[in-house]
Design a protein around this ligand. Sequence first.
Ligand code: S3P
Length: 430
Amino acid sequence: MNKIRTLSPARSLRGEISVPGDKSISHRSIMLGSLAQGTTLVRGFLHGEDNHATLKAFRAMGVTIEELADGDLRIDGRGLHGLAEPADVLDCGNSGTTIRLMTGLLSGQTFFSVLTGDRYLRKRPMKRVLAPLATMGAQIWGRGGGDLAPLAIHGGALKGTEYDSPISSAQVKSALLLAGLYADGPTTVWEPHLSRDHSERMLRYFGAEVRPFEGGVTVAPQPQLEGREVAVPGDISSAAFFMVAALIVPGAELLIRNVGVNPTRSGIIDILQAMGGSIELLNTRELSGEPVADLLVRGSSLKGIEIGGAVVPRAIDEFPVISVAASFAEGTTTIRDAKELRVKETDRIAAMVEELTTLGGRVEARNDGMVIDGVESFNGGAVKSHGDHRIAMSMAVAALRARAEVSIDDTACTATSFPNFWSLLEKVRV
Ligand code: S3P
């Protein structure tokens, strides 16, 4: 859908907000809740398009998932071997997490299934999960020499594996861990730097035997998962847009309540603090095995820094909005080791360079990142989302520091992860 939105510069930002539930945790709560014995209650579930794709897929495999009056979910778990063969193709929409995690999970079933997605997802690489799953004995076929959806999966017996992943990817790791639940022995995954560990945490929370170690993690084949109550924290990747907005607008002050601050996701806080951003973590606590805090963010003078190495997977979805923050930092910011950005919902390096340049930003693409020089403010103008929710929201944040109106083309995509983004942004503008 092609919805153009026009934003005017912000005088200031103020207030208290809560962002919607974490997308990654919401996906996993449906998957594990469906595979568990007994009932799983999911509080604070993210009702975004990506998570609805996962929800529909599990309903199509015979799982009863009831939406309660307040948006919480009650999942009637069917046990590890209780899913039914879906009568039709499972449509994962725009969601890389849905298709890649389900590829692992479906490899271990006793039935046939087909996964597809929208025109963006059908261009994204799948061999990264298919190749290691093949070493477990999975039978999966895809277009493009077995790299592209639609994917056809002939589920069956799996062997445990040891996989040394060349990339730090929670989707690859999680696909293997889920397949590992069905294998005949332990499955171990190594990765160069630790990617988000929500699967490991939630598997353990549901009673699985998961052993993390320096550089990797092992899962034991599991006869049974137990249904639990899951409280989903606010998504730090959604909070990131408001964090950067509050930092770059002079005099702004925002309190963002109930944000997940899992250390494998909180790279954005470390990066923005290293740039001189004022971000305080208040009331840190734990919810269903995940750390949570309230974030107090104040308008700050930022400075350019070097970003690379282990922090990159810890902030992988935040680089579009980090490039906006860097545009208002004094000096140069260099982002390295982030080649993965080229295979996200869109090529996020190319997309941000193009759109920031349109607004008068000084940014250059590198193969594995960007080099960004700070500017005083942006020009007004017309920019595009490239159909990518995080590009659309990053440009909305950029518009707050423009000298004139910015119109953003194709903004309906924000519904994939942050359905009330625009109304929350209006709420905090003063
Ligand atoms: C996700 C993992 C990340 C991230 C994506 C969600 C997940 O992808 O970019 O938005 O829920 O596991 P990779 O694991 O491919 O880096």
